[in-house]
Design a protein around this ligand. Sequence first.
Ligand code: ZN
Ligand code: FE
Length: 271
Amino acid sequence: MLAPFWHSWDMGFSIDLLPASADNYIYLVSDVALGLAMVVDPGDADVVKRALQKKDLHLALILNTHHHSDHTAGNAKLQHDYGAPIIGPSKEAHRIEGISRSVDEGDFVTFSDLRGHVIETPGHTMGSLSYYFPELKALFSGDTLFSLGCGRLFEGNGAQMWSSLLKLRALPDDTQIYCGHEYTERNAGFALMLDKDNEALKARAEEVAALRKKGLPTLPVSLAQEKAINPFLRVDDPAFQKMLQKNGFPTDVDPAAIFGSLRAAKDRFTK
Ligand code: ZN
Ligand code: FE
C-alpha cells in the first residue's frame, strides 16, 4: 500500500502519503538513515502506527496545520506511544489538546537536518498554518491550498484567504504541494466549468481522472502548475478574469472581492 505513494531524495529523506478516512492525507516524512519520522496532520493514529511499524521508524515529531479533528485526532495516541511533541498554531493552541509548542509566522520547526518555515495562512480557520521545507521543496498546505482549489472559509473571510494564498503563490515554482485532502477531481469539475478551453487544465483533469480510476493520489503537484490552472490562484490574472466575466462574475473589483465571489460559487457548486 505504501510503495506507490513514495517520494525520496538523495539526501535520505522520503515522504509517504498515507490515505486516511474518506479523503484525508497524512504525510510521513522520514530520515531513513536515522530511522526517525515526522508526521503532518495525523487524523488517524492507527494509520500512522502501521506505516511506522512497516518502515521500522520511530516517530519524533507531530505537526498540525490547524485544529480540525480530521487533522489532529491521532495526536494523543501517537504522543502517548512515542513521546513525540506536538507543534501547532499558537492561535489555536487552546483547541489542540496536548500541544507541546505553539508557533507563529516566521518561526522554524526542525526535524533532523530539515528546517521548516512556518507560514500563517488564515481563512479556513483563523490560525491555519502551512509548513514549507526548502530542502524537500515541499509545502504542507493543510486545508488552505488544494490542487485546483482552496479550503472553505469556516472561520476567516475571503480577503484573509486571498492574502494567505498570495503568500503561498510567492514560493518557488518547483515547490511540491502536499495538501490535506484528495479533492482534486471535484475541484477540476468546477475549474473546467469556468475555463473549459484551457489546455493545461484539461490535461491535468484527464491525468487526475486516470489516477483516481486506479485509486492513486493526485498529489503532490507543483506550484508552477497550480499557478497556471488553479482558479483560486488566478483571480488577479486578466486572462482568467475574462473567463470569469463570461460566467457572470463581477470583475471590476479588487482581486480579494473576486476571490470572495469565486469561493462562494464553489460552495454552491459542491452542494
Ligand atoms: Zn480543516
Ligand atoms: Fe480537513
